[in-house]
Design a binder for this molecule. Sequence first.
Ligand code: M6R
Length: 318
Amino acid sequence: FMLKEIYEQPQAIIETLRGRISGDFNLIRLRGLNENLNFLKTVKKIIIIACGTSWHAGLVGEYLIEGISRIPVEVEYASEFLYRDPLISTSDMIIAISQSGETADTLSALKLAKQRGAFVYGICNVVGSSIARCAGVGTYTHAGPEIGVASTKSFTSQVTVLILISLFLAKLKKKITTAQFTSITKELFLISEKMKKTLLSVDNEIQQLSKLYEKAKNFLYLGRGISFPVALEGALKLKEISYIHAEGYPAAEMKHGPIALIDKEMPVIVIATKKGHYEKIVSNIQEIKSRKGKIISIITQGDEIVKELSDCYIEIPE
Ligand code: M6R
């Protein structure tokens, strides 16, 4: 089921976007946001609460919302948020993310935020679930049933909703030009096809790669910027499904300790696409190489520099 759901991601994205972007690519319709424009114009802070994979999606959301709409965002593990008497005000928006909509910690954290008068918003996959009902307003991801315990397509769909929210808020707060807005909304519709082609083209390489590294005891996943939470998510998937110890790290943090672990036995998966901090990630790869770590990179198609530095690479379209 997990593999099946990985291959369902291109369709899941289409379902998440369906009916939410206008035909001229210039408007986003999200239930609960369109009806609360006055509040959103002055929202002071957004707090995202979630667990596990949904928390990783929330971290991607932090980079997106802060980056595009310039509203401060905090991302909290629901379980920690709940037990530390958090500072919540009526000018805050709380976004609870949950595939199942039934995760107890996320539900309790949402209830707490609601009691304290914040504007609460749910991003759930399961229609009519407890978190969706408690939030009252929100967006369903419509990724389809997730049967595999390890979340895959629900992460992709959650990130898609967070992209829509960040664009919506950026437009409302006039932080984005119409040209930038429409170029991103148009691109969103192209991602599904790119994803479909990529999944098919990398299938073989990934199977070979797994055979090569199946005996490894540890893995490091590195990324910078928005790719950092993606690295965390990759490490979680490996632990959960292969019982191999894996850690996700922001690539630049490596020199503050984890670099000591790198030797010829340590495969390091580096998300090294051309968007965002590319030169810096190249220098992080050189550091790993000097310690003889095995580099498995995820690169932008045609990137000869990182390809040259890597033991294995997987190319993805820009
Ligand atoms: O249903 P939720 O999104 O609230 O579940 C939260 C986590 O338990 C979940 O994301 C978990 O980490 C993943 N299934 C791991 O792949």
